[in-house]
Write a protein that binds this ligand. Structure first.
Ligand code: 13P
Length: 251
């Protein structure tokens, strides 16, 4: 079975007002969207439930983070069980902003991934190297180390609930998009790693999406690469051009 193209919008800590959120959702609700693509939007947690209730049925909603415990004294956190109860199907885990600003280790990301999958959430698992690591030729090694922590705690069957987002840190929010050749090479390395570390079937079936300065102008070319199965979009997901990115595969 071919891998279904996947486009996610990571709103991060935006928009700043409910009015702006309504404008973004209004654009998506009235747009002509490629229904062959799986579409997910990840607003700040405050907006998860209102957005779930107002967005058209073709769009799914994702949290941007969760903890690994079900409940308890963990001020500021949301649990996988709470997201499932609120009928939120996806969660983004391991985003580079969480790794670098909030000091999340690959082991913590792995623990959260396992807990989210156990709770029946689907996970958009982010990995990626810094500019320095790329310049030192360490891209594949860094990404494999981030993934190995997750491989260590998942069972083969868990991977059906995972979408991997390759997001080179140097491309996030910088306007410096990876070339389609750079993205393809990194995605192919990830696929090869999954084949060895998990199984050929998981390698073949797992979607690997690209994130980092994706725009309406660069998405078509990136989408032609055989191992690029979609996008995780930050800044451009807040703009009307997100519609063109969702429709990247449509001729
Ligand atoms: P930008 O699209 O703003 O570069 O952000 C990418 C990203 O971090 C998506 O998770």
């Amino acid at each position: 079975m071919p891998r279904q193209f996947f486009v996610g919008g990571n709103f991060k800590m935006n928009p700043i007002s409910r009015d702006q959120k309504q404008t973004i959702i209004g654009v998506l609700n009235s747009a002509d969207l490629d229904t062959a693509t799986e579409i997910v939007v990840a607003p700040p947690s405050l907006y998860l439930i209102p957005l779930r209730d107002t967005v058209r049925t073709e769009l799914q909603v994702s949290a941007q983070n969760c903890y690994y415990k079900d409940s308890g004294a963990f001020t500021g956190e949301i649990s996988p069980a709470q997201l499932v109860d609120a009928k939120i199907p996806y969660v983004i885990l391991g985003h580079s902003e969480r790794r670098s600003i909030f000091n999340e280790t690959s082991e913590l990301v792995a623990q959260k991934t396992k807990a989210a999958l156990n709770a029946t959430l689907k996970v958009i698992l982010c990995v990626g190297e810094t500019l320095q690591e790329r310049e030192l030729g360490q891209t594949a090694a860094v990404v494999e180390k981030q993934l190995q922590a997750v491989v260590n705690v998942l069972q083969e069957s868990d991977w059906s609930g995972v979408v991997i987002a390759y997001e080179p840190v140097w491309a996030i929010g910088t306007g410096k998009v990876a070339t389609s050749a750079q993205a393809q090479e990194a995605h192919a390395d990830i696929r090869q790693f999954l084949s060895k570390a998990v199984s050929p079937a998981v390698s073949e079936n797992t979607r690997i999406i690209y994130g980092g300065s994706v725009t309406a102008a660069n998405c078509k070319e990136l989408s032609t690469q055989s191992d690029v199965d979609g996008f995780l979009v930050g800044g451009a997901s807040l703009k009307p051009e997100f519609v063109d990115i969702i429709n990247a595969k449509r001729n």
